[in-house]
Design a protein around this ligand. Structure first.
Ligand SMILES: NC(=O)c1ccc[n+]([C@@H]2O[C@H](COP(=O)([O-])OP(=O)(O)OC[C@H]3O[C@@H](n4cnc5c(N)ncnc54)[C@H](O)[C@@H]3O)[C@@H](O)[C@H]2O)c1
Length: 270
């Protein structure tokens, strides 16, 4: 970590809204200096100003996680401004619908580029700094990282890949003192998740969802995993889904009646 007298430095991707905003805010209010990175510059500016108004030290950074040049610029900026990096949070992600057959090449490429390649590019750019600070990488996965669901083909594959990347990084950088963990939420009440659920027949989401997680709770998990208290934790997946990942719900797809129900009513989504 950065010298104890100094505030640790973090980059959070997809920080303009939703879970990324919750993580950036939680880290900033827990005395981190946070670069908030996102492709959506307008919203990013508004969100950064809101955290600054609460006393958080944050800076907005336009960044498309799929673009190596954007990462170079972001790391150069964080280095020039604050002189180091302690925490990288790979949160930016998209969750398009589609089966193995209905997913076309463009959708596959986009999902894998944002959800998987983006996290690798982030890690690749940040690791030279993280090795100096013995820092932390947090990847935001999903219950779907380990529990597939019909109709989320490219998403599930990308998030499972991100879990593999998490473990690979944990092992590859163990001796360098860099930790890498995954936070895997179930449903999180974000504006975009509401839109998505409404589009798929649940206009009242999140009403009735009993295992709803908030962006603040994901932020609290990130603060803990980034802290010295978690210094022996690496290569783990921390589910924030009230146990959905251990429930036997996925077995329901083998019941005959599940074929009669149209997706997505067939099985709950995360
Ligand atoms: N909301 C949920 O229920 C839920 C559940 C499990 C996991 N997740 C995961 O959490 C993460 C955040 O989800 P959310 O619900 O907050 O999403 P969101 O759509 O509310 O926010 C995602 C942010 O990422 C940004 N983004 C998209 N593409 C980008 C790119 N190429 N480069 C940089 N930024 C980009 C968007 O502009 C947006 O600000 C995702 O990885 C998602 O898969 C969400």
């Amino acid at each position: 970590m950065t010298a104890p007298s100094e505030k640790p430095i973090a980059i959070v991707t997809g920080a303009a809204q939703g879970i990324g905003l919750g993580i950036a805010r939680a880290l900033a209010l827990a005395s981190h200096r946070v670069m908030m990175a996102d492709i959506d510059q307008d919203r990013l500016g508004q969100s950064a100003r809101a955290i600054q108004a609460e006393g958080g030290e944050v800076v907005p950074q336009p960044l498309d996680v799929t673009k190596p040049d954007d990462w170079d610029r972001a790391l150069a900026t964080v280095g020039a401004r604050w002189g180091g990096l302690d925490v990288l949070v790979n949160n930016a992600g998209i969750s398009p619908r589609g089966t193995a057959e209905s997913t076309d090449l463009a959708l596959w490429d986009l999902t894998l580029a944002v959800n998987l390649k983006g996290a690798w590019l982030g890690a690749k750019s940040a690791l030279p700094w993280l090795k100096k600070s013995r820092g932390v990488i947090l990847n935001i996965g999903s219950t779907r990282s380990t529990r597939p669901m019909p109709g989320l083909f490219s998403y599930v594959v990308s998030k499972a890949g991100l879990w593999g990347m998490t473990r690979q990084l944990a092992v590859e950088y163990l001796h360098a003192g860099v930790r890498c963990n995954m936070i895997a939420p179930g449903w999180v009440d974000t504006a975009n998740e509401r839109l998505l659920q409404a589009r798929h027949g649940r206009p009242d989401f999140p009403a009735g969802v009993s295992n709803l997680t908030t962006p603040e709770q994901v932020g609290a998990a990130a603060v803990y995993l980034a802290s010295p208290a978690a210094r022996t934790i690496s290569g783990v997946i921390l589910y924030l889904d009230s146990g959905l990942h251990v429930a036997d719900e996925a077995g329901m797809v083998f019941f005959p009646e599940s074929r009669a129900l149209p997706f997505p009513q067939r099985i709950d989504e995360a």
